[in-house]
Design a protein around this ligand. Structure first.
Ligand SMILES: Nc1ncnc2c1ncn2[C@@H]1O[C@H](COP(=O)(O)OP(=O)(O)OP(=O)(O)O)[C@@H](O)[C@H]1O
Length: 253
């Protein structure tokens, strides 16, 4: 199976602030791994060991000094990503940062930030944007009042949920990079978010084509009950089958 993400010998050297230090500071040195579609990977290391830098290079926010990043069968060696590749990635790869305050626009309400993503990526569905924003807020446990608030009026955990809602606005990001994204949340909200992420992964592996949004239990297109939780609407044009046993067992837990 072609890996969704392939990273080979990744290296990042930041220029040193000291003019005499010509070599620079090595933040990431020779990192390699592969991630299959629907898989998950945890990168563990002490503070300052380069985890965020690896994530930023994969998301295309930082240029590797050396190495190769292959996304969905296309390999990108060092250097800037091609414009078309960046567009595809912007739609399919989402990153939720450690400190959501820096990634949310302080002048924009949370609902407006989510709405902006919808406007850019799904302009043809503008009539449903308001409803979709409310669904996303609800999915991550934020109410309408919190959605109308600016980031500074929210707690750290609420800001993190807003950032996750924004990442999920793309319906089914194929690669979601979470930089300690649930660390600031309380335990029950952590569980909700982890369940939500597990659902997204299950749809990616094709065990179910995704739920059809309706009031009450969520069902896949073949009408099998998948979950009581709300999830993003069906997006899989391939019409892959729901493996009823697996999905059903999960929902009864
Ligand atoms: N833009 C930059 N310029 C120079 N040095 C940087 C830059 N970004 C990160 N670094 C350095 O690279 C190293 C790795 O940073 P990174 O943020 O990737 O670590 P981390 O493993 O994510 O740490 P933490 O767990 O504390 O978030 C650190 O020493 C940091 O100071």
């Amino acid at each position: 199976m072609t890996p969704l993400l392939r990273v080979e010998h990744l290296r990042k050297v930041f220029p040193s602030p000291r003019a005499t230090d010509a070599e620079g500071f090595i933040a990431v040195d020779d990192v390699s791994f592969a991630l299959p579609p629907g898989g998950s990977l945890a990168v563990v290391g002490e503070s300052g060991s380069g985890k965020t830098t690896v994530a930023r290079m994969i998301a295309g926010l930082e240029t590797p000094t050396f190495g190769l990043i292959g996304y969905d069968g296309t390999a990108r060696a060092t250097g800037r990503a091609h414009h078309r590749e960046r567009r595809t990635r912007a739609r399919e790869v989402q990153m939720v940062f450690q400190d959501p305050y820096t990634s949310l626009d302080p002048h924009q309400s949370v609902a407006a930030a989510i709405g902006e993503i919808l406007r850019v990526h799904f302009p043809e569905e503008s009539a449903h944007h308001g409803e979709r924003v409310q669904q996303l807020l609800q999915q991550v446990g934020l109410d309408e009042r919190q959605g109308a608030a600016r980031p500074r009026a929210l707690s750290g955990g609420q800001r993190q949920r807003a950032a996750i809602a924004r990442a999920l606005a793309l319906r089914r990001p194929r690669l979601l990079i979470l930089d300690e994204a649930v660390a600031a949340l309380d335990v029950s909200v952590q569980a909700q978010i982890i369940n939500l992420l597990a659902d997204l992964r299950r749809w990616e592996t094709g065990s179910c084509p995704g739920p059809v949004r309706r009031a009450g239990p969520v069902r896949c297109r073949r009408r099998h009950r998948v979950s009581h939780r709300a999830g993003p609407p069906a997006t899989d044009p391939a019409g892959r089958r729901c493996r009823r046993g697996r999905a059903g067992r999960r929902s009864r837990r």
